[in-house]
Design a protein around this ligand. Sequence first.
Ligand code: HXC
Length: 440
Amino acid sequence: MQAKRPAGDGVVTGHATVDGRPIGVFAQDPSALGGSLGEIHAAKIVAVLRQAGRARMPVVGLLDSGGARIQEGLAALDGYGAIFRANVQLSGRVPQLSLILGACAGGAVYSPALTDIIIMLRENAHMFLTGPQVVKAVTFEDVSPSDLGGSEIHTRHSGVAHLVASTPAEAMDLARRVLSYLPDSCWDEIPMGIPAPPGTMPRLPDSPRVPYDVRQVIAGIVDSDSFLELQSRFARNLVVGFARIEGRPVGVVANQPLALAGVLDISASEKGARFVRLCDAFGLPLVTLVDTPGFLPGTKQETNGVIRKGAKLLYAFSEATVPRLTVVLRKAFGGAYIVMNSKSLGADAVFCWPRAQMAVMGAEGAVDIVYRRELRDDPGVRPDLVAGYEREVMAPHLPAERLSVDEVIEPEQTRPVLAATLRTLARSVRPRFRHDNLPQ
Ligand code: HXC
């Protein structure tokens, strides 16, 4: 069954420069046995990964492969084993990017899953562990490649793809952009960009119940056009992405009141946790913007493991050694207040806006529990009790007095205060290699 090996065994490997910085690169050729991975093909990729480790430079993979070359049997499977191991040995040490430019199956999706960022073409790119034919044979399910693993699935539902591009050229531009925020390796400094002024800071709605788009707040803080959102359609209740403040790259993590009122749930926790670990691995300071009513309650979340999955975000923030700043914009209730990079989890500085509310829970719910007896006797006292709770338990000067918040700041002060704090904290000493970037 041995097929004739195509010239170069279906993959081009080498090194190149992006904006003058060295990278290792490999590109699979779909016209050579479907880009499938044979023994020599694998050995060439492993060699690039090893070289990137020695030279401490990022690796960019251009993937278009049907996975392990069936005709080569175990030699192909072992080839993937060696690639997976090499991916993991580089994890957290040098940035690894995967561009999905065609139909990718089997090992051709598991290797990207071990890398830091996946960029996928909107049309004509697919990612699945087993293709539609195998699915049909095993489960009798008739499914199209797009419904099984098209960009709609991986940007909106699975969260596998971080970014989506219309053309291969756009995918490469996005890769260049991602690399512009990251150091060559965890032992190098983060690359400073050219500072730019921020956008206009929006005014938040008067009512705490009215949603707004937190991306407008991000735009009012960071250098204009510097925000690159990742996984923007997946777990939309948490926004994550790279940005710059006065040219310095940062990772932004923000609750999004526009989606599910900004609650934290399993998907948001996993999305946030992996991003926080990525930033910590490569030395990007974290800017966390908080406006969340808490964790999403319910049987679905509990049954699906919100305890162990929500714990990932808690863990990621707690272990992070990069400079960590938090701004409480509005609501910070319950466990979500703690999880979102609170002072007690080790944030270097926490600021809040004048109308921020921090408490175990919102006033309405709190009053119903604490004053149950009083309300039974006289339901008319409810508005007074709510107002009293808001005044006595939720006012922003209270957390400031107990050092949970360093300073109450006006929205317009946010950028200068964060920038000054980042400048100071840039001097802080931290370990260079921190940890790998475990898939969540
Ligand atoms: C050898 C392969 C191949 C493979 C595709 N080809 N996959 N040859 N080994 N794994 C060849 C086809 O025979 C065909 O050759 C050419 O590539 C193009 O394939 P098409 O099927 O015509 O393309 P398309 O319709 O786009 O479908 C792409 C595909 C499908 C969905 C990827 O080819 C497919 O399902 N392939 C098998 C996927 C798979 O199960 N791989 C093994 C996974 S195991 P001709 O000569 O006709 O042009 C694995 C181990 C890792 O990877 C385990 C992870 C833990």
